[in-house]
Write a new protein. Structure first.
Length: 91
């Protein structure tokens, strides 16, 4: 039990030091862009991602790398869609 409490305290301490970005899934590109712009040079440090669902609730989970990876993959998938309008395919 003591080991679990110590781990929980360590995770909480780490999360306080790491900037956390809230990303609404329905507005992934918009929220992601705004967060990246706002971070400026801080973008070089570790960032924790917290996803917000359709109801405005924080999704369960700790960002130990998984949500950040999911965010980057989803962001890239969205902005490179031809119908999004940022890029156009060539023949």
């Amino acid at each position: 039990r003591n080991a679990l409490e110590a781990d929980a305290k360590e995770v909480a301490s780490m999360q306080r030091r790491i900037p956390t970005v809230n990303i609404r899934r329905a507005y992934l590109v918009e929220d992601g862009w705004e967060a990246i712009k706002a971070m400026g040079p801080g973008l070089k440090q570790r960032i924790a991602i917290r996803f917000i669902d359709k109801r405005g609730q924080v999704e369960a989970g700790l960002d130990m790398g998984g949500p950040f990876k999911e965010f980057l993959e989803s962001l890239c998938r969205e902005v490179f869609r031809e119908d999004y309008g940022l890029f156009k395919s060539t023949e």
